[in-house]
Design a protein around this ligand. Sequence first.
Ligand SMILES: Cc1cc2nc3c(=O)[nH]c(=O)nc-3n(C[C@H](O)[C@H](O)[C@H](O)COP(=O)(O)OP(=O)(O)OC[C@H]3O[C@@H](n4cnc5c(N)ncnc54)[C@H](O)[C@@H]3O)c2cc1C
Length: 502
Amino acid sequence: MLTPGNYRWDDTVEIVIIGYGLSGAVASITAHDLGARAVLLEKQPAETHCTCSSTAMGVFLSLSDIERATEYMTALCQVGSQPGLPWTDADTVKAWVTYTAQNKDWITRLGGNIKFFSRAAEFPQLPGADSMELWKYQGNGFRMMKFMYEQVASRNIDVRYQTSAVRLLTDNTGRVIGVKVADGRGKTPREINIRATRAVLLCTGGFEESEEMKLQYLRVYPMYFAGGTGNTGDGIRMAQEVGAGLWHMNCVSARLCAKFPDFSLAFFIDFSGGGWSQRSMKTEKEKAPAGFIIVDRYGRRYMTEELKPHAASYECGWFDSHRLEYPRVPSYHIFDQRRVKFGPLAQLSSGPTGPHRLYKWSRDNLTELQKGWIVKGDTVAELATKLNMPPENLENTINTWNRHCQVGNDPDFERNPLELVPLDEPPFFAIRLFPGGSNTLGGPRRNSRAQVLNPFGEPIPGLYAAGECGSVFGLLYPAGGGNLAECIAFGRIAAENAMREK
Ligand SMILES: Cc1cc2nc3c(=O)[nH]c(=O)nc-3n(C[C@H](O)[C@H](O)[C@H](O)COP(=O)(O)OP(=O)(O)OC[C@H]3O[C@@H](n4cnc5c(N)ncnc54)[C@H](O)[C@@H]3O)c2cc1C
């Protein structure tokens, strides 16, 4: 714990924003346009800067009906809880809804290039789900962030790359008055103190890359993510030190994705081929081009493979207390030659294989087969043996699946009939899947003004948070585009309220 009080200040601004993803960009633009002298700190170098925001698909929510959206969010906040104990309080939901309804107009006013995407809530069975309107930045998260960088640059906002926030600095009353940073820009790195006369905003994302935090807080381990290379939970730890309460720590926006030991990020898989499963946020009407199933370590199906893109990972959380293992970690994506013909197995719209081009997946999947990322068997039994699972289990599972496909009905897990394509074109293949995907949601608890709260629900003066550093979403996530929407909404809320600080 740093001693509160007298610091040597190396620099003074009104607002310090930590983290240059979408929430940091929106907050700094908003603060600047309200007349603030702000500094934006980013720990990564400019040349290799890569965030959840820049690897995202670029879909964001802009709500069409505030009342219906409030109803939907309120219903989501009750799932997995009990009456009177919502995942997120009503005031904060209201603020999220109010600002999210303005998202499209905010980006359009800046000159951003967006298009209507769909109207597909993730949980259409809940009341108010029809209010979810999804828009997409053209060129995905990569172009969206390029646009944001241009907006920030055109305002001459002071951006400091290779500058990591290390600790928050407080006065004797507990008010956050500045940040200790490690400035790595010069020949010799140095520590300096930056004073914030109004507030400090945490926009440091989640803890996708902290093994320690994922082990301690998430419902299953390991989990892997596809974007947030710099997100090691720094903002969460800094907030804890100055007394923040935490929320949503065991919640994630995640599905099942591929992860290979020799590449740092996870990959989103295009399970059915031809981008078909990628369109899961749209209402699908055609037959899937190829079949696939997902099985556990023993070759058994355990869920409908119509994966909820932001909640399916919870299905991996079953722990077998006799065998002392998570039987669904890893799981396996099982497919046949029919799928291989439909192009790259990785999704090309986001993550490492998206426009960031952190990895170029081969068109015929051969490179990944040679690397051992894709496992092949001429027969189902051979594939199962290579995966260390009982061959008879996988054979039974696939025979049953093929019978379901023949009659057009999956009585086991009620899979969408459009996805009932048999696995009968050898050879057979598998990719190891882990729970994971977009991002963690937990972090410092915030209120409707984006103020960070202590464990008693009182604001910590001078400290705000936006984006995935303590997301407003709990167990369930409303629809594709919820996270970027929250960055745009709470980036503005945080900056506007920070500017009201004396
Ligand atoms: C592959 C992928 C696809 C996705 N697609 C979508 C989508 O289409 N729609 C959607 O709504 N959501 C999507 N998401 C989720 C969404 O991208 C994130 O939730 C959102 O971008 C988080 O933004 P952020 O500003 O909170 O954090 P980030 O964008 O992750 O930025 C955090 C920044 O903080 C920096 N930082 C961390 N610690 C420090 C420190 N100590 N000092 C200085 N800087 C620090 C990091 O280096 C990073 O630059 C996707 C996520 C992934 C991974």
